[in-house]
Design a protein around this ligand. Structure first.
Ligand SMILES: C[S@@+](CC[C@H](N)C(=O)[O-])C[C@H]1O[C@@H](n2cnc3c(N)ncnc32)[C@H](O)[C@@H]1O
Length: 247
């Protein structure tokens, strides 16, 4: 079934590029995802197509007006089935792989990209199911955030990736960072590919990869590993990694 993602944005031509390349493009060609774009500017009635106005109470910047957003979302909702409405905002829940899995399990998504100082709070109160953030920093508009969500969500769909296994191996999918990867040539600038990867013993390769993933995660993102939750084999592999790397 096609997963519908609608984006409400003042810059539809920017968001549209996400579906023109790579994994997302192939997924769209296979009918796994369909992108709809809704521009609040087309829901204005004045001669200047005004979508923003000064904030009540004064202060810098402009605020996106309620009505063009509400009307754009209304049409997006009518064109979708039971879609989950998300406002991309630095004040939302921080996006991680768990969040991506949750979003990909919805029936469809309507993503709202803000601009300026943000949107009229009454629009959030009345139309938004959830707010999601890329992280603790501010970007100029929600379009890039919407594109990140689209790309990450589409990768989760069965059949979206050429090799079904590669999503499973990605960082965070198993609660660990990914292992290092190498491709030809075997040696360059004096650096060799680890012998185990050239040996063709798949059990040893899997073990080496798990050891690297455990070791990397332990060193780079210790918050992701709870030693007491590791099974005996993983504990041993992590020990081996740490002694091999003098850590
Ligand atoms: C300049 S920002 C407004 C920030 C707002 N004044 C605040 O501090 O919460 C304009 C738009 O960019 C988007 N945006 C900015 N930072 C974001 C982030 N970390 N994650 C997701 N969207 C973000 C939101 O859609 C926001 O409405």
């Amino acid at each position: 079934m096609t997963f519908k993602i609608d984006v409400v944005t003042l810059f539809p031509e920017m968001v549209e590029t996400v579906i023109r390349h790579g994994v997302v493009r192939r997924a769209a060609e296979k009918g796994l995802v369909e992108l709809g774009l809704w521009n609040p500017r087309e829901y204005t009635e004045d001669r200047h197509n005004t979508v923003d106005d000064r904030p009540y109470g004064g202060g810098p910047g402009m605020v996106m007006k309620y009505k063009p957003l509400r009307d754009a979302v209304k049409d997006a909702k009518a064109a979708a089935h039971d879609a989950h409405v998300v406002y991309l905002s630095p004040q939302g829940r921080k996006l991680d792989q768990e969040g991506v899995k949750e979003l990909s399990a919805k029936k469809g998504l309507i993503l709202i990209a803000g601009r300026y100082e943000g949107v009229d709070e009454r629009f959030i109160e009345s139309e938004i199911d959830e707010e999601w953030s890329l992280g603790d920093y501010v970007i100029s508009g929600g379009e890039l955030a919407a594109m990140v969500v689209i790309d990450a969500v589409v990768r989760m769909f069965p059949g979206a990736l050429g090799d079904a296994e590669s999503a499973e191996q990605d960082s965070f999918m198993q609660g660990l960072l990914d292992c290092p990867h190498y491709t030809r040539p075997e040696e360059i600038d004096g650096m060799r590919v680890p012998d185990v990867l050239l040996g063709g013993n798949h059990q040893s390769i899997d073990e080496w990869r798990l050891k690297q993933a455990l070791g990397r995660t332990w060193i780079r993102r210790p918050d992701l590993i709870k030693p007491e939750e590791l099974d005996t084999k993983s504990k041993q592999l992590l020990q081996d990694y740490l002694s091999e790397n003098n850590s």
